[in-house]
Design a protein around this ligand. Structure first.
Ligand SMILES: *Cc1c(COP(=O)(O)O)cnc(C)c1O
Length: 375
């Protein structure tokens, strides 16, 4: 640390030069986060000192958190759902399976997830001492329910279904998984970290949330398509009793118990989530999702003109494109400033069409993609 403090001007200059090295989102087709809505940024700034780890001191912020959980519950099929705002999908997934583990009380617990599951489940397994068993997918990249069924044994404590898989944007057959989970009396956790703020606003109806009997918990992230600030994830349970196994005593705080994994946690992110959700409403989110889906179609149609097709018809604003000479093409696109990513199996170009894109930028991308393929 420097001995003498620098002036505000000097510090801000240092920050500015660091910020200039960051990528602005214009050419980013690889990210699940986006520029937060302006009202979320404003709200976040107003609550910077609010700490929900000691919520007795911040009862106003605590009320906002309860309202956000209420709004999300309403969106996800059960207005009476309970839960809290986490640091993101990873914490939500860890905590959901921690509840399942603590309630099941098995010596060698295992959880069955689709192979398409996010890597946060590998972290969860390591932290919780749970074995993660991966079930294969069908030809549309949905989990194969009969494979899941065959993998269930006496030590299985939970099944995981994904609503908006990170690589393919696919939705698992949640109804079938729920039937299985109920018949075997195990938890069914739905990872809708990305899809939670898209699927309710798609024209087509999908059964993926608490409206499906047997779904016990859901992850849905305000800091992805919720347009909120980082860090904001959501963890929701159908039953309040599911929060109890997460509780520990907090003798020296204004509250007696805490169920979050993080101790000190951002009231700013909660205020931001509340602000953007009440400001946009269902209409606002529907407009955003409509626009992303229109841009997604534009990209797919454009690529189709030179014979490049998606592995599946996009369900949401995630496209896996079958591109020849994938590595070379991605490298050339990178030289033109574009950030793309890949799916693992099969290998394809993974593109996420977030609200920071525009029709113009989609057209430029399609034209650059065509050029990079022809080169
Ligand atoms: C992004 C994502 C996560 C992880 O969320 P973080 O907020 O990055 O911790 C988990 N599951 C799915 C399906 C995701 O898309």
């Amino acid at each position: 640390m420097n001995q003498k403090g620098l002036s505000e001007k000097e510090v801000l200059a240092l920050l500015k030069s660091a910020r200039q090295k960051d990528t602005s989102y214009e050419k980013v087709l690889s990210a699940m986060c986006t520029r937060p809505h302006p009202i979320a940024m404003k709200a976040h700034m107003d609550f910077l000192e609010s700490n929900l780890g000691d919520s007795g001191l911040f009862s106003g912020t605590k009320e906002l958190e309860e309202k956000v959980i209420n709004i999300m519950g309403g969106l996800l099929g059960d207005p009476d759902a309970c839960g809290y705002i986490t640091t993101g999908g990873t914490e939500s997934n860890i905590q959901a399976l921690r509840t399942a583990r603590n309630l099941a009380n098995k010596k060698r617990p295992n959880v069955i997830v689709p192979v398409s599951a996010h890597f946060s489940f590998d972290k969860t397994a390591d932290l919780l001492g749970i074995k993660i068993i991966k079930a294969g997918l069908d030809n549309e990249f949905k989990v194969d329910v009969s494979a899941v069924e065959n993998l269930i044994d006496d030590n299985t404590i939970a099944l995981v279904g994904i609503a908006g898989s990170t690589e393919f944007g696919q939705i698992d057959p949640i109804n079938d998984l729920a039937g299985l989970a109920m018949s075997r009396d195990v938890f069914l956790h739905i990872d809708a970290a990305f899809g939670g703020f898209i699927i309710p606003f798609l024209g087509k109806k999908y059964d993926f949330d608490f409206s499906v009997r047997g779904v016990t918990s859901i992850t849905a992230d305000p800091h992805k398509m919720g347009m909120s600030t980082i860090p904001a994830g959501g963890l929701l349970f159908r039953e309040e009793a599911c929060l109890f196994p997460l509780e520990i005593d907090t003798p020296y705080l204004t509250i007696r118990k805490q169920h979050s994994l993080a101790g000190t946690r951002s009231g700013g992110a909660v205020a931001a989530a509340y602000a953007v959700m009440t400001h946009l409403g269902r209409e606002g989110y529907t407009r955003i999702v409509d626009r992303c889906m229109r841009m997604t179609k534009r990209l797919v149609d454009g690529a189709g003109e030179f014979g490049v097709t998606p592995l599946i018809d996009p369900v949401m604003n995630i496209v896996a494109l079958s591109v020849p000479d994938l590595d070379k093409v991605r490298k050339r696109l990178r030289e033109k400033g574009w950030f793309t990513s890949i799916t693992r199996d099969p290998k394809a170009m993974r593109l996420i069409i977030m609200p920071h894109m525009s029709e113009g930028s989609i057209d430029r991308f399609v034209s650059d993609l065509g050029e990079c393929i022809r080169e």
